[in-house]
Ligand binder design. Structure first.
Ligand code: MEV
Length: 310
């Protein structure tokens, strides 16, 4: 058996990737499936014993330390930790809506449990991380936690909260930030309100989104980018009908398509943050320029096949 103090004198670092929603946002909150990819931008957490009498969190890129605090509290409740901790975070994710909250939560829980010599299965890391994210946000489907944990492109079952398929396929993408910070909780509430007032309308949109996710997964397996692009365009239209797109996101999406993208859509909660385009290599430069010309900032990133790592 490894004695805890052997561990606590050491520093341990864990990195978790951010995410981009490919297909299925909002519907996934109500139990429908989605397709999400991890990206090659990381959030790194290091843990060691603190010399102070209280836990210290040093998170230079974030003013919101609730995810780290709640993750520490939850791990402490499961596994007693003597003394105080020094937790440092370093992020490449910025505040573009690329999943920094779920990445920091997964990384803290993985880092702390490993530091204590506990090797929890991914399912347990998922459950603990999802609990933390929900307790801070009050809602959320868990797709972002799954992406940070497992990596690659995943088919996430919003009902069972399970990854049912994984794809190690390098999607040719361009990502544009709309320069407006999205309020995810507000956007989810907005759709929730629409669902209450126009139940049938919203349910039929969610069913269409679910069919698009299924169709997208087949196209992805076949590397049929043309079909995948059409599915993205259709999904964007559904998100417009839900009222979560903005004129800026619409402009970025349509200019990307005009410049040669196979398809494009907003990615995430909407109301701001990012859009994503599927792009033939030969049109990449033209698409990036078109997104910039519509006021977007290009965020260079790629699909990542690796999830949380030590
Ligand atoms: C936000 O990135 C995606 C939503 O579907 C919320 C969620 O799934 O937790 C809008």
């Amino acid at each position: 058996m490894i004695v805890q103090s052997d561990f606590s004198s050491k520093q341990l670092s864990v990195s978790a990737p951010g995410k981009l929603m490919l297909l299925g946002e909002h519907a996934v909150v109500y139990g429908y499936p989605c397709l999400v990819t991890a990206i090659d931008k990381l959030l790194t957490v290091s843990v060691r014993k603190s010399t102070k009498s209280h836990d210290q969190i040093i998170a230079p890129e974030s003013s919101d330390t609730r995810y780290v605090e709640k993750a520490i509290r939850l791990v402490r409740r499961k596994f007693p930790i003597s003394g105080s901790l020094l937790i440092k975070t370093r992020s490449e994710l910025g505040s573009y809506g690329l999943g920094s909250s779920s990445a920091v939560t997964v990384a803290v829980i993985k880092a702390l449990t490993l530091w204590l010599g506990k090797f929890l299965p991914n399912k347990s890391i998922f459950n603990l991380s999802y609990h933390v994210v929900r307790s801070v946000q009050g809602q959320g489907s868990g797709f972002d936690v799954a992406a940070s944990l497992y990596g690659g492109i995943i088919f996430f079952d919003g009902k069972a909260k399970k990854v049912t398929d994984r794809f190690q396929i390098n999607l040719p993408i361009s990502v544009g930030y709309s320069s407006v910070k999205a309020q995810t909780v507000h956007m989810v509430e907005k759709v929730g309100h629409l669902k209450k007032t126009r139940q049938k309308y919203v349910s039929s949109i969610f069913s269409s989104i679910a069919s698009l996710v299924e169709k997208g997964a087949v196209a992805l397996k076949e590397k049929n980018w043309r079909t995948f692009g059409q599915v993205m365009n259709e999904n964007h239209k559904m998100l417009q009908l839900l009222g979560v797109s903005t004129p800026k996101l619409d402009a970025m999406v349509s200019s990307a398509c005009k410049a040669g993208a196979y398809g494009a859509k907003l990615s995430g909660a909407g109301g701001g943050d990012c859009m994503i385009a599927l792009v033939p290599t030969s049109s990449k430069e033209a698409v990036d320029n078109a997104i910039r010309a519509s006021g977007g900032e290009i965020i260079p990133c790629k699909v990542s096949f690796e999830g949380v790592r030590h």
